[in-house]
Design a binder for this molecule. Structure first.
Ligand code: NAG
Ligand code: NAG
Ligand code: NAG
Ligand code: NAG
Length: 277
């Protein structure tokens, strides 16, 4: 495992209980071979702990089984219990993840978070293909700016860094607009997800952005603006980088990092029908 190829840092707004771990060799997730690398987790101590592991985790499992039963659009949420003893779960897969990979990411995430966050009620884990957020408080639709981290490709771009940064920002901004446009249908894998590319001379820049589907499209835009503001700090002049919080994330690289959609010809392509509120 190479730690020299990738570095990471955290920035914290408040006291972040983010555990520092070496990032798995990120180059391996840049290709189409999705290896579903573990990215990060956070165990939030301020939200308390549970006493009985077996009963708590089996309640969590009830929700996750429920979520896992229907992942055809890559998002699920649920809760058990009420008042002081409620447990909420939110799960989002990356927009280009197949349903079976999404389901296996849920299994991986649950076993990962159990192992890494012993008896914390609030805990979040990020993988390349999914995010699992477990909580004792209702966070549906809210933007969490406290738990944010970034990863970057250790390689610097050759040449004009300023113009590269500018192009990166422009592509991410374009994708943000796409991911947060009003006229898109929910209950689809690519709801509030956008991926695209841009030619930079001989090179190609690839990027993706995504929000968890509990956010409103408006808040998706707010969330992405928030993490995109970290771009200079995260990824200045780097060939690749990503910023993630529990509700949205972006990534860019000079290598293909998302699955290409099946090419469909214009005439057979279904038009998105604007939603009426
Ligand atoms: C994907 O993984 C397989 C098996 O691990 C390997 O043979 C193949 O070369 C990889 N493809 C890419 C594009 O990395
Ligand atoms: C929740 O708490 C309130 C106030 O303490 C109580 O009136 C209510 O019955 C509780 N609900 C459940 C489902 O336990
Ligand atoms: C947007 O996010 C804010 C802050 O998290 C939240 O209070 C608000 O309810 C959200 N608005 C919508 C329409 O979901
Ligand atoms: C495009 O799709 C239409 C309708 O499905 C089909 O009739 C046509 O042959 C397709 N054109 C090409 C170039 O594949």
């Amino acid at each position: 495992m190479s730690s020299s190829s990738v570095s990471k840092r955290f920035f914290s707004v408040s006291i972040l209980a983010v555990v520092t771990l070496q990032l798995p060799f990120i180059q391996s997730v840049l290709s189409l071979n999705q290896t579903n690398a573990y990215l990060q987790h956070v165990c939030i101590k301020s939200d308390g702990t549970y006493k009985s592991e077996s009963s708590y985790e089996s309640s969590v499992k009830v929700i996750l089984d429920f979520i896992g039963a229907d992942l055809d659009y890559g998002f699920g949420s649920g809760s058990v219990g009420s008042n002081g003893s409620a447990i909420y779960a939110k799960f989002q897969c990356r927009g280009d993840t197949s349903e079976s990979k999404c389901r296996s990411c849920l299994t991986t995430a649950f076993s990962g978070i159990r192992r890494l966050c012993h008896n914390n009620k609030r805990r979040i884990i990020w993988y390349d293909n999914c995010i699992l957020d477990l909580s004792s408080i209702y966070t549906y639709g809210e933007i969490d700016n406290k738990h944010i981290f970034y990863l970057y490709n250790a390689k610097d771009v050759n040449g004009d860094t300023k113009s590269f940064n500018k192009n990166t920002r422009a592509l991410l901004y374009k994708l943000k607009e796409k991911a947060s446009r009003k006229e898109q249908k929910p209950y689809r894998k690519d709801y509030m997800y956008a991926a695209g590319e841009e030619s930079l001379g001989k090179m190609k820049l690839y990027a993706m952005v995504q929000c968890t589907q509990d956010l409103s499209v408006k808040n998706c835009s707010v969330c992405l603006d928030g993490i995109m503001a970290k771009l200079p700090r995260c990824c200045n002049g780097k060939q690749g980088g990503r910023v993630l919080n529990p509700n949205c994330n972006f990534r860019y690289e000079l290598t293909l990092l998302y699955k290409l959609k099946r090419l469909s010809n214009e005439s057979s392509k279904k038009k998105d029908i604007p939603l009426e509120n």
